[in-house]
Design a protein around this ligand. Structure first.
Ligand SMILES: CC(C)(COP(=O)(O)OP(=O)(O)OC[C@H]1O[C@@H](n2cnc3c(N)ncnc32)[C@H](O)[C@@H]1OP(=O)(O)O)[C@@H](O)C(=O)NCCC(=O)NCCS
Length: 221
């Protein structure tokens, strides 16, 4: 999978698949995308990469506390294994997972960013931003032009080009097709009555992607 994200100045982060600087980083090039901090003095580096099946128990552990607060939707363990290819993860220097997030395709042009979670000890240190970059790059690689999210983190998503919307941004025909989905996230996207208690206080947001724009998302910051 090609997850290469072009470096854009003066972004302090860079993705470098070809020039790993340590054995630790070299190991990570076996997976897609290596994210390194370009400032060597930076404390506590982390990498962002595609999730692997072996990450699933830690992904579940990251999401669970937020699900208990009804900030995110939890899945059964089997659901995470089934959806693991949608996920990216962030891991610290000792290989411990500190973040996860997923891009769930809904239709020809449309996907949802979901289950974006950063360990509380790591929040505000750029982990969410780094995962968003990889997820949005995936969206562009898939030829998608719109990305939806349902969130309390309005400011964070605005920084990534999302804008609040009202309603469900699909036509009646697609809406009818999406009604056939058994996915709870899709039910929330459709704003179905049975999931309303889960979505109280959330903001519906949409980002329009320009598929031709390199480094999309960086310009938003
Ligand atoms: C939303 C969430 C994923 C963001 O992750 P994060 O790692 O804290 O995000 P970042 O650090 O990249 O950005 C957060 C803020 O820190 C700032 N920041 C980024 N890098 C930073 C750094 N190195 N040092 C200090 N602050 C930094 C960003 O500017 C941003 O500021 P803003 O909120 O004013 O825009 C995280 O808060 C979370 O897990 N929330 C709970 C789950 C949730 O609501 N998920 C979204 C719905 S799917």
């Amino acid at each position: 999978m090609d997850e290469h994200i072009p470096a854009v100045e003066p972004d302090p982060w860079r993705v470098d698949r070809d020039l790993p600087r340590t054995d630790h980083d070299l190991r990570r090039t076996e997976h897609d995308g290596v994210l390194q901090r370009s400032d060597d003095d930076a404390p506590a580096p982390f990498v962002v990469r595609a999730a692997l099946p072996r990450d699933v128990p830690q992904i579940r552990d990251l999401v669970e506390p937020y699900a208990e607060e009804r900030i995110l939707i939890a899945k059964e363990l089997v659901g995470y294994y089934e959806g693991v290819q949608e996920f990216v993860v962030a891991e610290d220097a000792s290989g411990y997972l500190i973040g996860c997030g997923a891009l769930h395709v809904m239709w020809t042009d449309l996907a949802e960013i979901r289950t974006l979670a950063v360990h509380p000890n790591w929040r505000g240190r750029g982990v969410g931003h780094a995962m968003m970059r990889m997820l949005m790059e995936r969206a562009r690689t898939l030829g998608l032009t719109r990305v939806f999210c349902l969130t309390f983190e309005v400011r964070f998503f605005e920084r990534h080009g999302f804008r609040p919307i009202a309603g469900t941004p699909v036509d009646a025909e697609v809406y009818t097709q999406l009604l056939r989905s058994h996915d709870d996230g899709v039910a929330e996207f459709l704003d179905l009555a049975r999931v309303k208690p889960n979505t109280l206080g959330n903001t519906r947001m949409l980002a329009e992607l320009d598929p031709g724009a390199a480094g999309w998302g960086d310009a938003q910051r």
